[in-house]
Design a protein around this ligand. Structure first.
Ligand SMILES: [Zn+2]
Length: 345
């Protein structure tokens, strides 16, 4: 069984021209270059994605958002949707291609054409809500893929783990009332986008199926590992997911210019391997990692490389930066508090 690798050269065509924007084509280019240089691409099964159809987008997004992006695609200039989210005429097509890569990698795993998947896309998606593009994100690729798994492949329990340093508010929004998708997010708080508090746990039938782990800056390898072992693992075990999707952002790395966490590449690799082991234990190894944020090119590209090693069950870990310096704060009280809210053992 193979690891499917979904990416496309067009992900470099979404670019803010004029001044430097942190979410730029160099991000995905750095990943491609490292995966080529290390020859790991030879071990991956490349999937050439196609853009998702509008009907598929409607599984996660409103016509309001779809029409807004379609309208921008008919103009001949860059549009600022909010102060940090931009779209070019071609961006709608590229965002649909990113969603397509995520959907098609997920389907390859569900159809047992591949064991697991790595999706290298941009723009990122996890901030895009049902009806709003924001936070560099236009369409929520991972949410669209979860909806396809749910509605077309009848997957009843999908776990989405989001370890990007920002709260995945868009993914939370889309599945807030849905017990069929368990959304778990670790993030810096207080921080952009200002959501993801511990008492946001879902609504209606979805109550209890959103699990937020907001943490002050400064958390590193030890505290993240504790959070994964003491909260995420027992929560996943109780839920017994049939499929795991991961919003893999690498902006919690200690060198990242946008955030203040202290994870190392080794720390990220350990979290990645914990998730792969969970997939082995709960759902026959069915796991797909989808690239989200990460604004230091070396941390991002080596982080993705290490995901590739983990998916291929290779022992290698690449960490040119090494560990962060300094002590981590005490996170044990927060862990106990969250375990209490979610009735975790
Ligand atoms: Zn982020």
């Amino acid at each position: 069984m193979t690891t499917v690798y979904a990416t496309d050269s067009r992900f470099a065509d979404h670019e803010f021209t004029g001044y430097s924007h942190p979410e730029h084509p160099g991000r995905v280019q750095a990943v491609w270059e490292l995966l080529e240089a290390t020859k790991i691409v030879n071990d991956l099964h490349h999937l050439q994605p196609t853009p998702v159809a509008t009907d598929v987008l409607r599984l996660a997004h409103s016509d309001e958002l779809i029409n807004q992006l379609a309208q921008i695609s008919g103009q001949d200039r860059l549009v600022l949707i909010d102060h940090d989210t931009y779209a070019l005429p071609e961006s709608y097509e590229i965002a649909r291609l990113a969603a397509g890569a995520t959907v098609q990698a997920t389907e390859a795993v569900l159809n047992q054409q591949a064991k697991n998947g790595l999706v290298v896309v941009r723009p990122p998606g996890h901030h895009a809500t049902i009806n709003r593009a924001m936070g560099f994100c236009l369409l929520n690729s991972i949410a669209v893929a979860a909806r396809v798994a749910q509605r077309i492949h009848q997957v009843e329990r999908i776990l989405i783990v989001d370890f990007d340093v920002h709260h995945g508010n868009g993914t939370q929004d889309i599945f807030y009332n849905d017990p069929g998708v368990y959304f778990i997010s670790t993030h810096q708080s207080p921080f952009y986008p200002g959501t993801g508090y511990i008492d946001q746990t879902g609504i209606g039938a979805g109550d209890g199926y959103t699990l937020n782990i907001p943490m002050p800056g400064g958390q590193g390898d030890e505290n993240y590992a504790a959070v994964f072992d003491e909260i995420i693992y027992p929560a996943a075990k109780r839920y017994q997911p049939e499929l795991i999707l991961v919003s893999a952002g690498f902006d919690a790395h200690w060198v990242d210019p946008l955030a203040n966490m202290k994870l190392s590449l080794m720390g990220f690799a350990q979290l990645t391997r914990k998730l792969v082991r969970m997939a082995e234990e709960f759902c026959g190894g069915k796991i797909i990692f989808v690239m989200e944020g990460g604004y230091d090119l070396q941390a991002l590209s080596h982080g993705i490389l290490n995901v590739g090693y983990a998916l291929l069950a290779q022992d290698e870990v690449s960490d040119p930066y090494g560990p962060a310096k300094g002590q981590e704060p005490d996170v044990s009280k927060l862990i106990e508090q969250i375990k209490g809210i979610h009735n975790l053992p």
